[in-house]
Design a protein around this ligand. Sequence first.
Ligand code: THU
Length: 126
Amino acid sequence: MINTKLFDLAKEVAQQAYAPYSHFRVGAALITDTGNIYQGCNVENASYGLSICAERNAIFNMVANGDRIITEIAIYVDSDKIFPPCGACRQVLAEFGEDIIIYYGNDHQITETTMKEILPHTFRLK
Ligand code: THU
């Protein structure tokens, strides 16, 4: 079942996205094992490779606030086409939860998946 409250928070923070180059406004909201919620948006740069995705922004916000285990993450994109987290974000997500449930979508559709489904055979050192 889609966590619509979390998805709405992802949509809310997408409004803060800084995306003058791609025009993809992305928002992410995650909830931790402690019940705390963190949000993040994508932030682009004129030197394109320095841009950061919404998901990692939310994760780094979580770490800075002392939480370590993600249980669910919602990702909203202000676009006709929806997408699951990019490869880099999948690896960073995997560091903070093996059983994360992922919701991603736009104003018209939301898809549910899991960490295990989108990143099998995960690289881990612990
Ligand atoms: N983006 C995200 O925020 N999350 C993803 O999982 C993929 C891509 C952002 C990065 C960039 O600002 C824009 O979307 C286009 O790639």
